[in-house]
Design a protein around this ligand. Structure first.
Ligand SMILES: Nc1ncnc2c1ncn2[C@@H]1O[C@H](COP(=O)(O)OP(=O)(O)O)[C@@H](O)[C@H]1O
Ligand SMILES: [Mg+2]
Length: 281
């Protein structure tokens, strides 16, 4: 049988993606195809599902152009409009407007002034387009260094995000709730990254420590609320939450190419395959 589903990766993935290794045996209709391989005929696939396209953050315009072209000739998943909205974390402002508690975030575009107060205390500075903790820095009582990082993101043409460091991540971790076909599937806990000294300066994606977990009722309720604001039945969504004294808040909503942590639940690979296969109907 010829492949009808493209599982979309990149040409330069150095390590095989764990999710794809778990998924592909359940999905014989699929094959791995790179978004940045110019030889691919996307019209040959009924569905193209973005998975390990992580290098898009460095090549956003090229990626969005590719996504526009691919979506004209095949069914792109998630849909183009959702991807375009989700590849820039300024979507957090939209979700806050929809009543979702999000990590308080100041977006600073090149040319915008940042008052020193905004970077006082313990703050995170990171790019508005990013993944895998690339470009994220933690600064404790060091406004000059935080401002210098804002400036360095600007010199790369990026919009900077400034957030308070939500330190309960150090004890509780970050909770990722994964939805498949619009329904809650499973969850995972990710240990704190920045306080372990992981940062862009290592030149590597941060080493993520992931374990299975059962979300608290408050986490599940919030993640369900986030998903309810989205188009119904998205093939995949990941809602990343951080704990605070006032309950969980949204750190990130991943609709583009999230790791789905399929290894955290023995049923998850088959569940994901069934949702992806149903896209062919
Ligand atoms: N405001 C914050 N408070 C605490 N930890 C944070 C904060 N922002 C980011 N982090 C840490 O940095 C990591 C990467 O940041 P995140 O916003 O998830 O960006 P990415 O898109 O790179 O995953 C998170 O997994 C978390 O450990
Ligand atoms: Mg993240």
């Amino acid at each position: 049988m010829s492949a009808r589903i493209a599982i979309v990766t990149t040409v330069d993935l150095e390590v095989p993606d764990a999710d794809e290794q778990l998924l592909l045996p359940h999905l014989p209709e699929a094959e791995l195809v790179a978004w940045d391989d110019p030889a691919v005929d996307w019209s040959a696939y009924d569905v193209a599902i973005l998975r390990s396209t992580w290098n898009y953050t460095e090549r956003l315009e090229e990626f969005r152009t590719w996504a526009g072209k691919a979506s004209a000739v095949t069914r792109l998943v998630n849909p183009l409009e959702t991807l375009v909205w989700n590849t820039d974390k300024r979507y957090l402002d939209d979700l806050a407007e929809r009543g979702i508690p999000v990590v308080p975030t100041l977006f600073v575009a090149p040319g915008d002034e940042v008052v020193a107060d905004a970077v006082a205390g313990s703050v995170v500075v990171k790019p508005s387009v990013g993944a895998g903790s690339a470009g994220a820095g933690l600064f404790h009582d060091d406004p000059a260094a935080a401002l210098a990082h804002v400036a360095s993101l600007h010199s790369d043409g990026r919009i900077a995000m400034v957030q308070p460091y939500l330190s309960q991540v150090d004890t509780h971790g970050e909770t990722a709730l994964i939805y498949l076909g619009g329904r809650f599937s499973h969850a995972a806990r990710k240990a704190a990254i920045l306080s372990r000294g992981m940062s862009w300066s290592t030149g590597l994606y941060a080493d993520e420590k992931i374990t299975p977990c059962k979300p608290t009722d408050a986490e599940r309720t919030l993640a369900d609320r986030v998903v309810a604001t989205l188009p119904a039945g998205l093939a995949y969504a990941r809602v990343d939450l951080l704990p605070t004294d006032d309950g969980p808040v949204l750190l990130e909503l991943e609709l583009t190419e999230p790791s789905l942590f399929l290894g955290m639940d023995p049923e998850a690979p088959a569940r994901a395959a069934a949702v992806f296969r149903a896209l062919l109907d």
